[in-house]
Write a protein of this length. Structure first.
Length: 98
């Protein structure tokens, strides 16, 4: 029952698609490569944006979907979401009678 409720909540949240204002998308504006870069430097840009009002973590206007895709990859694959190495999991065995 809990899994079904979780699935329903996830589907409802997925239905709440974010929209972007039409004036935020412009041809010739930052595209995929700048989105990739902005995603990669997100942690630094976010920290600076807390103290400098002219610094933002996301370019507006941008060219839309390709910028968003680059931004996503920059954060998840190359940036803070990237796995930094293989984590080894060790299992301990119990010895009875020791």
């Amino acid at each position: 029952m809990k899994k079904l409720l979780l699935l329903v909540v996830m589907v409802l949240l997925a239905a709440c698609a974010a929209t972007q204002a039409s004036d935020a998308v412009a041809p010739g504006a930052p595209g995929f490569l700048l989105g990739l870069w902005h995603g990669f430097i997100f942690p630094v840009a976010w920290l600076i944006s807390l103290f400098a009002p002219k610094v933002a973590v996301y370019a507006v206007p941008n060219d839309g979907g390709w910028y968003d895709f680059g931004y996503f990859l920059g954060i998840v694959v190359f940036g803070v979401g990237a796995k930094r190495g293989h984590t080894e999991v060790r299992h301990r065995t119990r010895r009875h009678g020791s």
